[in-house]
Design a protein around this ligand. Sequence first.
Ligand code: UT7
Length: 337
Amino acid sequence: MANAASITGIGSAFPKTIVSNDDIAAKLKKLGLETNDKWIRDRTGICERRYSDLENADERNSSLGLAAAVKALEMAGKSPQDIDQIIYATCTPDTPILSTACWLQHKLGAPKAWTMDLNAACSGFLYGLTVAEQFLITGKSKLVLVIGAEVLHPFVNWYDRGSCILFGDGAGAAVVEQTDEGSRHRILSSQLQSDGNLWELLYVPAGGSNIEITPEVYAQHLHKIKMSGREIFKIAVRTLSDFAVRALEAGNSTINDLDWFIPHQANRRIIEAVANRLDIPMDKVLINIDRYGNTSSATIPTMIDEAVQDGRIKKGDLLLLDAFGAGLTYGSVLLRW
Ligand code: UT7
């Protein structure tokens, strides 16, 4: 029987510091900009988010990834020695050179693993799951650790009130193991795509090799997130809907079969519009954007972990994961828990 891939462990971690909408409003006020709790709640669904303390080594991207990974391994009953491969989905690495995956390996152990970062922004966890699945299908790996983790707040442009309100920090991790196609609990389908022509809608201009961070670049905030929110909103609703349908069809399933729809948490209004378009009742949609904001590649694994821990997701449930992000990147993964 052919090989397949199954998530056998899940974990998450967030920094301690809670930043409320009022905290953001107070910060913007000092810069001469206006926002308020009501606007942010009404337009995004976000009430608060977490920010890492950059002075605290335990709250770095790879440290949050570590805490999430330890929990995921514990749930799977595995140890770092069992890991063949680490895929670390992030667009906010600890360091530009070397990979955050290697930082994690340094902290976790995992002596026999080979490791890599994967940057597909907010779609990163679904891209990571899909890459892992391929290595498990070919038999090249037996156990892959997939992380989705970000420390986004240092990249927030405080002079852009449309985007600075959205982002938060956090990490999710999944242990993905080889199983066989006969297993009920496995990834059933995966549909990914990207459109690099839409690069300009969401990016950080400087800090890579294109533009060095000079005092002039710094003064223009080119090392910070630049986003066209309204355009992304429309594309997100369309692509999340399209890719959800594609993944369902590829997995021979329908909306009615779903137990949980787990979309990327970028804006509550985007999630509601997609659920409405696909006719998914809101009580089947998992949402945590109110407490964590948009944590990019971490939104989906942290949401799964929360719902597994509190008993909403049960063994055998059919889950549809759905994401979009900078690139633009898109993707949807259907799996049976
Ligand atoms: O992971 C992918 C990441 N990105 C996204 O998913 C972004 C998707 N887009 C969005 O979530 C929304 O477009 C935003 C939340 C970014 C903005 O919401 P919107 O409803 O699209 O607002 P808008 O940009 O159309 O702006 C409406 C008004 C504007 O004022 P005027 O021109 O109508 O007077 C903005 O200046 O709201 C104003 N505004 C704000 N007011 C108070 C924009 N940001 C704020 C703010 N507080 N923080």
